[in-house]
Ligand binder design. Structure first.
Ligand SMILES: [Zn+2]
Ligand SMILES: [Zn+2]
Length: 156
């Protein structure tokens, strides 16, 4: 990899994740998901994700994988977390091969999200972020969505 990478660790330090700095600088790669399962697994209001090609992510250590079958969208999501401290590490949707959602909470740099998923489940008292593209649920595989995947570097 020629570009510089940023590395962070889970709370206990057993798992580290490296991503390209360039991805962190791109608002369109950063998103929030307010679905109930992201909320439950994160313990927060939403999952906070960096969407990028799996090949651009380097993980050291062995996260545990929870196969989440009971999702709002009906797709099975692999939720990776540290088996020691419980920190969320990433999510993968087998419907979008090659796409990874790295959980951004572990990083020092907290970039502004460019989009949000499942806004219908967002509490009324949470303000939306300026300029953020909002989806009521999970976008379907429309042409727009394919364009977005290509923009972030995932070929489908
Ligand atoms: Zn840990
Ligand atoms: Zn979600």
């Amino acid at each position: 990899m020629t570009s510089s990478t940023v590395t962070s660790k889970c709370l206990c330090g057993q798992i580290s994740v490296s991503v390209p700095q360039a991805a962190l600088n791109r608002t369109e790669c950063v998103g929030l998901c307010y679905c109930k399962n992201c909320r439950q697994s994160s313990g927060g209001l939403a999952s906070y994700n960096l969407y990028l090609p799996e090949k651009d992510v380097t993980i050291q250590g062995q996260p545990k994988i929870y196969e989440d079958k009971n999702t709002d969208s009906g797709t099975k999501i692999q939720r990776a977390f540290c088996g020691n401290c419980g920190s969320p590490i990433y999510g993968k949707n087998p419907g979008f091969v090659g796409l990874m959602a790295v959980r951004l909470g572990m990083f020092d740099e907290l970039p502004k999200p460019g989009m949000a998923l499942y806004c219908k489940r967002r509490p009324d008292w949470v303000k939306s972020v300026d300029g953020m593209q909002e989806n009521e649920i999970m976008p379907t595989m429309t042409e727009d969505f394919k364009v977005w995947l290509r923009t972030i570097g995932v070929s489908i």
